[in-house]
Design a protein around this ligand. Sequence first.
Ligand code: UDX
Ligand code: ADP
Length: 457
Amino acid sequence: MNFKKNILCIGAGYVGGPTMAVIAYKCPQFRVTIADINPARIAEWNSDELPLYEPGLDEIIRATRGKNLFFTTDIQRSIRDNDIIFVSVNTPTKMFGAGAGMAADLQYWEKTARQILQYSESSKIVIEKSTLPVKTAQAMENILRNAHSFTFEVLSNPEFLAEGTAIKDMENPDRVLIGSRETASGFKAREELVEIYANWIPREKIITSNIWSSELSKIVSNAFLAQRISSINAISALCEKTDADIIEVARAVGMDSRIGGKYLNSSVGFGGSCFKKDILNLVYLCRHYGLNEVADYWEGVVKINQYQQERFTLNMLTAMFNTLADKKICLFGVSFKANTSDTRESPAIFIAKKLLEEKAEIIITDPQALRNARTDLAGMEGRVSFIDDPYKAAAGCHAIAVMTEWDLYRDLDYQKIYDTMIKPASLFDGRNIIDHRRCHNIGFNVYPIGKPALTHF
Ligand code: UDX
Ligand code: ADP
């Protein structure tokens, strides 16, 4: 079959996989290829057991794979055969040298740029999907400028999808942002990408900007979202001291239409691969430009998030008579949020490690993320176990800590669970999703976030 366009994405991860699958699904006239250096990951994408859990993804992959969506490790050939290349490789926080722990590690991204240069045999549009520090496109251009007889146009098209709702977000986004150089060739490339998205997204939702605004908007959007969570979490600590209720406060504050009610759920802290990484990236960038006050301001968002997780662990310790040694604690959920198998930066992993330092025994249950959690906690076997069934996981434990807001945990038979636990049984609700009063009546000592504890002492 002759396809109208050949589109490649380099990087078959949480962003590249779902994003490209939706493009293939919405645009059967295009041939979409996803290439990755990791053969195991590509084999999983080509199997019935996808490498990540994302609601709705299975169906879309089944409908498109082998028709107009292809997964491959052949990066050389893919680059040669495609004119439009999305780059969606990982850009984690750098863990060595200058900027360690703050700056973005651009080594995978730069290797990709060099591969594109090496294997291209014609002019191409290269699109940054990975989150990158502002001005990275310039480095990409400087690498690609070294081609002899053809040209590259670099665009920024940041990803705003959230895990767990990635398919929905791609099908019906708030906005699509495309940044380009403000030159004739930049505008032309920009329009070509607008045309792709316009296959299913209303034009008024596809916004364009200069390339630096686009790069920066991605980081700033994440910083604002994370800032709201840190704001409400900071207030949750005050609520616990003053008998105010964070849910009531969030509702009252969020009903002001100037503020809005979203991202005001107090929690054990935000996780995921983006928020912390992007803010640290922003902080690093501000310091680089000598904007220390601005850097300090945003760094506070990350500090509060750290504080919230530490506070939660300390509250557990205090509530359980200041010793956790040899106590069995069951974590309900280990993914960083509901409806994903992703455990990157998950507060549950941080808290599990802290509890292990206190010599507790940890039992982890989760409907999708146990495989990743096993990898995250490798080397701690013996003190950590993984059990699919939450009833079996909680049996014989001194406490349950709800880490992830999976719907499943709202509706469990907590009487049945209580009956199998060691007494006094504690329930720490790091997501405020359980019926606290009911569990207290059953006999639990209940410790929500940002609300007075309900105990039997
Ligand atoms: C985020 C952005 O939402 C998305 O636009 C961007 O493209 C990538 O980063 P993601 O990290 O997948 O997406 O999930 P998100 O739903 O934003 O949640 C991030 C973290 O904040 C999770 O740990 C979540 O549980 C937590 N959270 C979210 C809260 O604690 N309270 C809230 O009210 C909302
Ligand atoms: P994200 O959440 O941003 O999608 P992931 O880590 O899930 O991040 O995915 C990034 C993917 O990019 C990984 O599967 C990794 O193997 C892949 N990758 C990294 N460098 C290259 C490269 N040079 N060529 C192809 N794929 C790459």
